[in-house]
Design a protein around this ligand. Structure first.
Ligand code: SF4
Length: 366
C-alpha cells in the first residue's frame, strides 16, 4: 500500500478520531497535529527519478491520498486545485481519497466542471451508526464514479443495507482500532457487515482486527504487527458475483471456500465418483442428510472436530471440502455459532452445498 500525503495535520471531527494514529505519532515527536501544512511529497505523482521516470508507477495502484490529514479539510482549500491537476495528469494512476468530510465534497471539486476524475475512488469513513446515517446519504448524492465505505475504527454494529441497496457502493472495508487506548472491535459486527455485503453483492474486505478484538466470548489483545495478518487469516473477504453471471446460490460460498489453499486441494477420488454413480445421487443425498443431522446439527457435539472421517464416503469428503465437517468449521466459514441446534432451513442449505460440491467434482474429468 502506498500513500501520498500532500499535506499533514488535521482536526478531530467525530468519535472515530479519538485515538487518531497521526496524532499519536506526532505526539511522540512533539509536533502539533492541528497545524495543517504542505509536505515535501506535495508533488509526488509528478516527481521523477534520476532516469527521468515517474517515481510513482501504475504498479503501485491504488494510491491512498491524505492518510495523515483529510483531503477535504478547510486549511487545504488553496492547495487542492494543484492536487486535482496532478490527478488529472496521471490518468494511469488510481487514487483513493478516504474522508470523514464528505459534506465538503461539492465545494472542493476541481474548478473546471468538465474535468474528469474517474481515476479517483471516494471512500467515506463511518465508524458508527450515527456517522453512517449522516455521511452516507451525502456519499450517495455526490457525483463520483467510484464510491466505497470504510468502517475503521469500527465502534459498533452498523446497518448500511439501505445504502448498499442503492447499487452505487463498490466495496466496504472493516477494521478495528490500534493503540494502547484502542476501543474493542467485535467480530460479530464484522461478520454482520459482511452478510450485508453478500446480500447486496458488494465487495467486502476485513482489513485488520485492531488491538482489542472480541470473538464470541473470547477477548484478544493483538499486537499491531499481527492485526492485518489475523484479519487475513480469517479469510472472510467477499468478491461480488459479476453482473450477468448466472447466480447459483452456492457460487459465492464455493468461491470463498476455494480461497483456502487447504480446502482447494480436496478432490473426490475416482472410487468415490464410481460409488456416487453406482448408488445414485438421491441415495447420496439421503446419506448427506443423515450425517448432517447426526454429526453437525446438534447444539453440543462432544467430539467436535473429529466426528467426520476423512474417507469412506463421498459425503465425508465433501463435508471437509465445504467446511461442513464440524461446528468449528461451520463457525469459521459459514458464520454459524456453536451451541445452538441448526434449523431445518440450515440443514437443507448445507446438504445442498455438499451435493453441489459432489456434482461439480463428478463433472470434472476423471
Ligand atoms: S479525520 Fe482522520 S486524520 Fe483527521 S483527526 Fe480524524 S482520524 Fe485523524
Amino acid at each position: 500500500m502506498i500513500e501520498w500525503n500532500p499535506w499533514h495535520g488535521c482536526h478531530k471531527i467525530s468519535e472515530g478520531c479519538e485515538n487518531c494514529y497521526m496524532f499519536r505519532q506526532d505526539e511522540k515527536f512533539g509536533r502539533d497535529s492541528t497545524v495543517v501544512r504542505q509536505t515535501k511529497d506535495f508533488h509526488l505523482p509528478v516527481m521523477r527519478n534520476r532516469e527521468k521516470i515517474f517515481r510513482l508507477t501504475s504498479n503501485y495502484n491504488p494510491i491512498y491520498l491524505c492518510l495523515t490529514s483529510d483531503f477535504f479539510i478547510e486549511e487545504a482549500d488553496a492547495w487542492r486545485d494543484a492536487v486535482w491537476d496532478m490527478i488529472a495528469y496521471r490518468r494511469d494512476l488510481h487514487f483513493k481519497i478516504i474522508t470523514k468530510r464528505i459534506h465538503r465534497f461539492n465545494q472542493c471539486l476541481p474548478k473546471d466542471p468538465l474535468r474528469k476524475y474517474d481515476n479517483v475512488t471516494i471512500v467515506c469513513t463511518c465508524e458508527n451508526q450515527r456517522t453512517a446515517d449522516e455521511r452516507l446519504p451525502v456519499l450517495l448524492d455526490i457525483k463520483a464514479e467510484h464510491k466505497e465505505i470504510i468502517h475503521e475504527p469500527m465502534l459498533e454494529r452498523i446497518n448500511i443495507e439501505k445504502y448498499l441497496a442503492s447499487g452505487c457502493i463498490e466495496a466496504v472495508t472493516c477494521g478495528g482500532e490500534s493503540g494502547d487506548n484502542a476501543r474493542i472491535c467485535d467480530y460479530a459486527w464484522i461478520l454482520d457487515t459482511r452478510e450485508q455485503c453478500v446480500r447486496h453483492n458488494v465487495a467486502f474486505h476485513f482489513k485488520q482486527t485492531g488491538a482489542k478484538f472480541r470473538k464470541g466470548h473470547q477477548f484478544f489483545r493483538i499486537d499491531r504487527k499481527f492485526q492485518m495478518q489475523q484479519a487475513r487469516k480469517a479469510d472472510i473477504d467477499f468478491v461480488p458475483v459479476p453482473e450477468g453471471e448466472e447466480k447459483n446460490p452456492y457460487d459465492s460460498v464455493l468461491r470463498l471456500l476455494s480461497k483456502s489453499p487447504y480446502l482447494r486441494e480436496i478432490t473426490l477420488p475416482p472410487d468415490m465418483k464410481h460409488y456416487c454413480r453406482r448408488m445414485g445421487m438421491e441415495r447420496i443425498k439421503q446419506q448427506a442428510y443423515e450425517y448432517v443431522r447426526k454429526n453437525i446439527a446438534p447444539a453440543h457435539i462432544p467430539n467436535d472436530g473429529y466426528q467426520t472421517p476423512n474417507k469412506g464416503n463421498p459425503v465425508f469428503i465433501a463435508q471437509h471440502a465445504t467446511a461442513t465437517c464440524s461446528r468449528k468449521q461451520l463457525f469459521k466459514w459459514h458464520d454459524i455459532y456453536c451451541g445452538r441446534k441448526l434449523t431445518e432451513k440450515e440443514i437443507i442449505y448445507f446438504v445442498g452445498l455438499i451435493m453441489e460440491w459432489i456434482q461439480r467434482e463428478l463433472e470434472k474429468e476423471t
